[in-house]
Design a protein around this ligand. Structure first.
Ligand SMILES: O=C(O)CCC(=O)C(=O)O
Ligand SMILES: [Fe+2]
Length: 311
């Protein structure tokens, strides 16, 4: 399927009626598919190139070198999570063989001084950076760019929801977003039934900024029970709504089921996924004032979801 495109820079430059129209179009996309292609993002190409180079060098290492930056204990969120260690479908209560991917994960670049003990014990754990030339610089630079981009998207989301454009600011002073580099090794002759590169899931947070490797395939979204291929766009990100945003909008916006499908004899594939998540303490309750969902605290909500997928 071809995803709708939203030009963020054009929206930000638009005034009056044109701005209202662009916001309404964004609202329509978020209601219908919850997935879009984002252009006009402004993330410099040299920072994107540098992080791709860094993660390619990381994944090319032998497993024993990658294991030096494995999470210090099961359930800790950051570092190298090797192949067959996670089954994303488990977050939906579906039991499948583990996902074929490996990942490297990093957390927030700064910790607020008043971070609570439970936040420190989960999302503010230090990222165990690999000891590779320039890795940390490239990783952190990309993370910082995407944190700023996510705040711009949240302002556009506020406009789309007919809220003041700074509405979400108070919830994202210290977002606890995670950046995940994914590597899907080449697949073999036969695929095990129900085993995917990344099993069917929805994302947990507000929005995900995904950068699939150029020219790669395999990302699929489910529409009316059918899996549809999403191509990797050129010079653009794929954005999708997560569960917390769906909950915030009382399901007016959709957090769409997606996966990375495994088929026999696929070449390797990489992607970068930035999972945007409001401040640990942020309380999310439906914007329409209904009590259809009880309030949830962003941090513990994320932690529960994350810890449901370990194998
Ligand atoms: O690698 C991809 O293209 C998507 C990965 C994904 O959906 C996820 O990690 O949440
Ligand atoms: Fe996802």
């Amino acid at each position: 399927m071809t995803l709708a495109t939203f030009d963020l820079a054009a929206f930000e430059a638009a005034q009056g009626e044109a701005r209202t129209k662009a916001a309404a179009e964004l609202d329509r996309i978020c209601r219908e598919t919850g997935f879009l292609v984002l252009t006009g993002h402004g993330v410099p190409q040299d920072k994107i190139d540098a992080v791709w180079d860094a993660v390619a060098r990381f994944f090319a290492q032998p497993p024993e070198d990658k294991a030096r930056v494995a999470p210090p204990e099961p359930g800790a969120p950051y570092g190298w999570i090797g192949p067959l260690k996670e089954a994303l479908a488990a977050s939906k209560g579906v039991k499948t063989p583990p996902d074929l991917k490996e990942s490297f994960n990093g957390g927030p670049l700064h910790m607020p001084e008043d971070a609570s003990a439970d936040a420190v014990a989960f999302c503010y754990r230090p990222t165990p950076y690999p000891d590779l030339d320039g890795f940390r610089t490239a990783w952190d630079a990309y993370y910082a760019e995407l944190e700023a981009l996510a705040a711009r998207i949240m302002a556009a989301f506020a406009a789309a929801l007919n809220l003041p454009e700074d509405y979400f600011d108070r919830y994202i002073q210290h977002p606890i977003s995670a950046l995940r580099a994914l590597n899907y090794p080449a697949t073999g002759e036969v695929a095990e039934a129900d085993q995917q590169r990344a099993g069917a899931h929805t994302d947990y947070g507000t929005l995900t900024i995904l950068l699939p490797q150029a020219g790669s395939s395999g990302l699929q979204v489910q529409r009316d029970g059918t899996w549809l291929d999403v191509a990797a766009p050129d010079d653009a990100f794929v954005i999708n709504i997560g569960d917390l945003m769906a909950r915030w909008t009382n399901n007016a916006w959709v957090s769409t089921l997606h996966r990375v499908v495994a088929k026999p004899n696929q070449p390797p594939r990489k992607s970068l996924a930035y999972f945007h998540q409001p401040d640990w303490e942020a309380e999310i309750r439906p914007l329409d004032g209904s009590d259809d969902y009880p309030p949830v605290k962003s941090g513990p909500y994320l932690m529960d979801k994350f810890q449901s997928t370990g194998t």
